[in-house]
Every structure is written in structure tokens, then in C-alpha cells.
Design a protein around this ligand. Structure first.
Ligand code: ADP
Ligand code: MG
Length: 260
């Protein structure tokens, strides 16, 4: 195909993404491609636009300019006669299921058990029969190492366990791409490893993902592609090991010297 953004092996393609919050120009022309099965890790100082970028990919934020495509499908708009027309909220909701998002804060439903948290979306949104949703939910809890804790409520789980439930919950919607926004930043240090292990397993299973993290060692080990953001732009990107050992931009060097 002549347009590489439409090629079959691209899961996510971003072209010229801008985002304004009033006068704040949070994203200033971001281009990024994530191949199918690829793990893209974004690092960068606070306020550089990492969360905003993830939120634009899954349409939690409306972009101010540019194109977001997932599996080649334009997000938020339909192109007709060379012009863009906004999709309806219902169509946007449907597209948002292409991505599973895991936040720094786990945001579980407090009055639902681990299993109910995982099955809620499939039952309510995907209209999957309860028995089938439960079967799949247990499978997913097993996958994140929580098979025995399916009936616990969030306040009976550690932060690391809650975050693993949140990952299982996102997976239950069968997303094409998983987006992680600092998934371990709110955890006590001794709980970080168990969550990173689950993410690592997911990466090995071939899940396409974009991960914002301050865990540079993890980025190096698991990432296929590393992106350094500053002031709403991708300043440098490349293979993690090479970029971390030999950053080219002075801004990347300055950032890494603070976090490594
Ligand atoms: P990061 O995740 O890299 O710390 P963010 O994407 O959260 O950065 O923020 C990028 C910039 O956009 C910051 O200047 C932030 O203050 C601004 N911003 C983010 N969300 C909003 C919002 N909802 N309203 C106004 N400004 C925002
Ligand atoms: Mg952020």
C-alpha cells in the first residue's frame, strides 16, 4: 500500500497530533507509529504531554489537529470527499474499545469484587452472557496471578493486586492495544515488581502496548521502541538500549542523568 499509515502491521499511527487545553499547547505535532505486537515506552519529564498523548490515542481527549489511526482506522472522524466529519458519541465509544487503558490510580469499583470488576464491561457493554463472562474473567484473574482472590473487594487487596485486577479488567474487553499510564507510580516499592511482571508477560504474549513509565530498567528490558518526550514533542526515539546508552539530544541526556 502506498500510504504506510494504512499498512497491515501498524497498530497505532499518529500523524501531526496537536492538543490545546485553552492556551496550553500540550502536544505540538506528535508523529508516532507502533507496529503490531510492539511495546512502545514513553519517558519524559512531568508535564511533557505523555498522559495527554495516551488520552488522545483512546479518545479520552479530543485532538486539536492531526490523525489518530488504530489498525488503519481513523479515530474520531470519518473522511468523506476529502473532508473530516466527526463520528457520533456512540461510534466513538465503540472505537474506544480498541484500546484498554490502565492508569496510575487503579479506579476499581469499590463495591464490586475483583471478578465483578473484570466482568462488568463484558456483561454491560459487550453483552456477553454472565456465565461466559465469569469463565473468561476467572481465566484473566488467573493470568494476572489472582485466581484465588476473585471474591475479594478492592479494599481487601494490596495496591499491586488492585492494579493487576485493573489490567485484567482492561484485557476483558479484548483490546487491540493496551495503554499504561505510569501503572506502578502509585505503588509501594515492594509491589512494583509483581505488576511489571504481569506487563512483561503480556508483552511476551504479543500484545501491542504503549507504556508511560519512570522504570527505565523495565523500559530497556521490555521496550522495542523508546520515545523521549519534552514540551509536547517527541524529542528523540529509538531502540531502548541504544538510546539509553547513547542519547543524542542534550534534553534526553539531561533527563536521563536525573533518573538513571
Ligand atoms: P505528563 O503526563 O507528561 O506529566 P500531561 O499530559 O499530564 O503531562 O500534561 C501536559 C500539559 O498539559 C501540562 O502542561 C498540563 O498542565 C496540561 N494539561 C493536561 N491536562 C490538562 C487539562 N485537562 N486541562 C488543562 N491543562 C492540562
Ligand atoms: Mg502523566
Amino acid at each position: 500500500m502506498s500510504n504506510p499509515a494504512m499498512s497491515d502491521d501498524l497498530s497505532v499511527s499518529l500523524e501531526g497530533i496537536h492538543k490545546f487545553f485553552g492556551k496550553v499547547h500540550a502536544l505540538r505535532g506528535v508523529d508516532l507509529r507502533i507496529g503490531r505486537g510492539e511495546v512502545c515506552v514513553a519517558i519524559g519529564p512531568s508535564g511533557s504531554g505523555k498522559s495527554t498523548l495516551l488520552r488522545c490515542i483512546n479518545q479520552l481527549e479530543e485532538i486539536s489537529a492531526g490523525r489518530v489511526r488504530i489498525n488503519g482506522e481513523l479515530q474520531g472522524y470519518v473522511e468523506r470527499n476529502g473532508r473530516l466529519h466527526e463520528l457520533s458519541p456512540r461510534q466513538i465509544d465503540k472505537q474506544r474499545r480498541l484500546t484498554g487503558m490502565v492508569f496510575q490510580r487503579f479506579n476499581l469499583f469499590p463495591h464490586k469484587t475483583a471478578l465483578q470488576n473484570v466482568t462488568e464491561g463484558p456483561i454491560q457493554v459487550r453483552r456477553i452472557a454472565r456465565a461466559e463472562a465469569n469463565r473468561r474473567g476467572k481465566e484473566l484473574l488467573d493470568r494476572v496471578g489472582l485466581a484465588d482472590l476473585a471474591d475479594r473487594y478492592p479494599n481487601q487487596l494490596s495496591g499491586g493486586q488492585q492494579q493487576r485486577v485493573a489490567i485484567a479488567r482492561a484485557l476483558a474487553m479484548d483490546p487491540e492495544v493496551m495503554l499504561f499510564d505510569e501503572p506502578t507510580s502509585a505503588l509501594d516499592p515492594e509491589l512494583v515488581g509483581e505488576v511489571l511482571d504481569v506487563i512483561k508477560d503480556l508483552a511476551r504474549s504479543g500484545m501491542t502496548m504503549m507504556l508511560v513509565t519512570h522504570e527505565i530498567g523495565f523500559a530497556r528490558e521490555v521496550g522495542d521502541h523508546l520515545v523521549f518526550m519534552d514540551h509536547g514533542m517527541i524529542v528523540e526515539e529509538g531502540v531502548p538500549k541504544e538510546m539509553l546508552e547513547n542519547p543524542k539530544s542534550t534534553r534526553t541526556k539531561a533527563f536521563l542523568s536525573k533518573v538513571l
